[in-house]
Ligand binder design. Structure first.
Ligand code: ZN
Length: 275
């Protein structure tokens, strides 16, 4: 088991007062947007989020060292809610840097299970989150990020037609992206093309652990515009694009105490290495 510790020399600033205000504003805006669309279930979740935000803030006044964020070092009584189209997660967000549980988990998996952050490898990320990207850039890696729309990405780009040369990338981070791409095999083939031989893509998507992958046939606005829900055959889908696939379980890497303290997400992370 890897012992998880906050690393101050590789961190983003913690601004919990500003973070709480930003979350309150985000939930308020979403409550109005969802009400206008008559998605009253989501409006109710947004209002529940506001209440949980207040409750977490009061809890932090009583005990401020039960949980810690490994991106910014914030400590508090518990992580904060996140809510949106098709999801309500009561304890996922760090108010210090607004990171989500899956990115706190990814950071520690990369630190403990790979050499990615130890060297000067070429790392490309699609659809970056601001705080995670900022943290990666504290390392001595050759990092680039792109996205079709996200303003926080360093450049605009399409995962199904990337500008990167064949065999030029050591690590490709693709986190919660494939479920938005109608032709996911084309995206996987592009990732395969840009990776160096034995280069690795780090993949995660939302999973159904019981059923096979289900295509929706459209981008569902009530499910964050996902076009499919991946299922039990996800590893087969990635393997078919020319990768050797290894499944990493956070529970196998970190103790239950560390997973609770740092608010890690239990979902597996797939390492897809170019054959
Ligand atoms: Zn944080």
């Amino acid at each position: 088991m890897h012992k998880v510790e906050f690393v101050p020399e590789h961190a983003v600033p913690a601004s919990p007062v500003r973070g709480r205000v930003q979350l309150a504003a985000r939930f308020a805006k979403w409550s109005v947007t969802s009400a206008k669309r008559r998605w009253f279930d989501f409006t109710a979740n947004a209002l529940k989020g506001e209440f949980q935000l207040l409750s977490r803030t009061l809890d932090d006044l009583r005990n401020d060292d039960l949980v810690q964020c490994n991106l910014c070092g914030w400590t508090g009584a518990g992580f904060y809610p996140n809510t949106g189209a098709g999801f309500h997660e009561p304890r996922t967000t760090c108010p210090g840097c607004l990171s989500q549980d899956r990115y706190r988990t990814l950071l520690e998996v990369l630190r403990s299970q790979t050499t990615m952050l130890a060297g000067t490898d070429r790392v490309v990320e699609v659809a970056p989150c601001a705080e995670f990207q900022e943290l990666l850039r504290t390392y001595d890696i050759d990092y680039a990020s792109f996205d079709l729309l996200r303003p926080e990405a360093m450049e605009q780009g399409d995962i199904t037609a990337m500008r990167f040369a064949d065999g030029s990338v050591d690590w490709f981070l693709c986190y919660h992206v494939l479920e938005h791409i109608p032709d996911d095999q084309l995206a996987l083939k592009e990732i395969h093309r840009v990776l160096k031989p034995a280069g690795t893509a780090v993949l995660q998507v939302p999973y159904d652990f019981v059923n096979p992958t289900r295509e929706f046939g459209f981008a569902d606005p009530r499910d964050v515009h996902h076009v499919r829900l991946y299922g039990t055959d996800f590893a087969d889908i990635v393997t078919a694009a020319g990768f050797d696939v290894r499944r990493i379980e956070p529970a196998d890497c970190f103790s239950a105490d560390d997973r609770a303290r740092f608010g890690f997400h239990p979902d597996p992370i797939y390492f897809a290495t170019k054959r």
